[in-house]
Design a protein. Structure first.
Length: 462
């Protein structure tokens, strides 16, 4: 039987989907208005669906003056677009004053900081539908000690200006989230947004502020103030951003969800594996000590004791979010032998982590996740690292990043979570290959191109 995320309730916003023909007409009208008035600003209703209030519909034909808050330098966006800057100390940087489709850099100030103290922290916003939000955690590696930090090879120390591609592309209709308002939690702290400590990591022992937790919380509180009527909330991230969302999902959902918000969580290319497996407590304790993560506001109070004694792993935090929000849809995308993940795993383990070992442990972790009825997995053959912010989002199938076979393309699989039909099931676990039942006691299977039965379709009985 299909397990529905909620009862077939006609009052649920997902049952009020405007017919495509009407939506297309409204978009056409809006495009005409925007083309004629782009220099003056535009209203808030971008998609014309039933989630737009009467006031939103009226704003389509109202022209708002451009915000006077956007002054100072205009950083150049990665897509060749000029970006506007906004300092929250000069005002509250309201979303309503941002132009549709324009990239905005918001400087929250306060306790936010980057590893490079000369680079002030900012996050990025692209305004779209007022009722649909993509909340994205940026990636950029991790630094867990002085050596990693000083090497300048393992983490970014200032916010990246990377392309708005994949799920962040607002102009590609293949992207199921192209018309969403997008908030990018920029990353420059090397701590997957858990840090809350000062370390003497400088070349001569100078202090370095590790402030990822404060950075993420500043973005979250701004977003909460700008999102009074969310119908759909998508939380996503790749690589270090994937680790971040696993730790922050519970708090982001608690702060942003409304009574009937549809919630979707996509973690891409970093399930939080730690090696050596038999010494996980030592590794997690070292990470918590390096980042001061046990005091992060993202961590639920009931998990703090386990964190302080080094027994808490990120997968346990992620599973607690699944259980706390049974109506939300959680998912994870991974390559079977992701070389970038293996590189970081090898550094933390102090030895080379082999592909067969890596995929075995990934499979065991995913088997634990699929015990939660609101979790799904998508596995891809090969070594590719991160899909959601890449063009491979539109080509990848279970047989590889470049596609192949008859499996569901990743972008379409994602689209299944955002459907507005309550009676349609969420996508199934997806993996292609010979079936092998993976156990803790078994040796790693070679080659690493198989699928455990629990990670195919509805999987084994839960």
């Amino acid at each position: 039987p299909v397990s529905l995320p909620f009862r077939p309730d006609l009052s649920h916003p997902d049952t009020h989907c405007t017919p495509p023909s009407v939506m297309a007409l409204r978009r056409s009208v809006l495009a005409t208005i925007l083309a004629a008035t782009a220099h003056k600003g535009a209203g808030s209703c971008v998609d014309g669906d039933a989630g737009c209030s009467a006031a939103d519909e009226q704003s389509l034909v109202q022209i708002r003056p451009h915000s006077m808050l956007f002054d100072g330098p205009h950083p150049h966006g990665a897509e060749g677009m000029d970006s506007k800057t906004c300092k929250m100390e000069s005002g509250d940087c309201p979303l309503q004053r941002m132009l549709l489709g324009e990239i905005n850099h918001v400087f929250p100030g306060g306790g936010t900081a980057c590893l490079d103290p000369s680079k002030p922290y900012f996050f990025q916003v692209r305004r779209g539908s007022p009722s649909k939000l993509l909340y994205w955690f940026d990636d950029g590696g991790i630094c867990a000690n002085k050596e990693m930090f000083l090497s300048k090879q393992f983490c970014t120390t200032e916010p990246w200006l990377t392309e708005w591609s994949g799920v962040l592309n607002h102009s590609d209709a293949r992207n199921p989230y192209h018309d969403y308002t997008m908030v990018r939690v920029s990353y420059c702290s090397g701590d997957s947004f858990f840090g809350n400590i000062t370390q003497k990591w400088g070349p001569n022992g100078e202090e370095v502020n590790i402030s990822g937790s404060a950075n993420a919380e500043a973005v979250l509180e701004w977003t909460r103030a700008q999102s009074p009527a969310l119908r759909t909330l998508v939380i996503a991230g790749s690589s270090a951003g994937s680790i971040a969302l696993q730790g922050w999902a519970n708090r982001v959902i608690d702060r942003l969800q409304k009574e009937r918000t549809r919630i979707i969580v996509h973690a891409d290319s970093f399930p939080g594996l730690l090696f050596p497996v038999g010494q996980i407590n030592l590794v997690t304790f070292a990470l918590h000590q390096a980042w001061g993560s046990c005091s992060s506001i993202a961590l639920p109070s009931e998990l703090k004791v386990a964190c302080e004694t080094g027994r808490l792993t990120i997968d346990e935090v992620f599973r607690s979010a699944m259980r706390a929000h049974p109506h939300a849809h959680f998912s994870m995308i991974n390559s079977k032998v992701d070389t970038e993940q293996m590189r970081y795993s090898s550094v933390l383990a102090g030895r080379e982590v082999m592909p067969t070992e890596f995929y075995k442990e990934t499979t065991l972790l995913l088997k634990a996740f699929v015990q939660e009825p609101n979790f799904r997995s998508y596995l891809v053959d090969g070594e590719f690292h991160t899909f959601l912010r890449m063009q491979e989002l539109f080509t990848a199938t279970p047989l590889g990043a470049a596609g192949g076979g008859n499996g569901t393309v990743l972008s379409k699989w994602l689209g299944g979570f955002a459907t507005c039909q309550w009676h349609m099931p969420v996508p199934e676990n997806t993996c292609e290959g010979r079936q092998v039942n993976v156990t803790e006691a078994g040796d790693p299977e070679s080659p690493a191109d198989y699928c455990d039965p629990a990670l195919v379709g509805e999987g084994e009985a839960r």
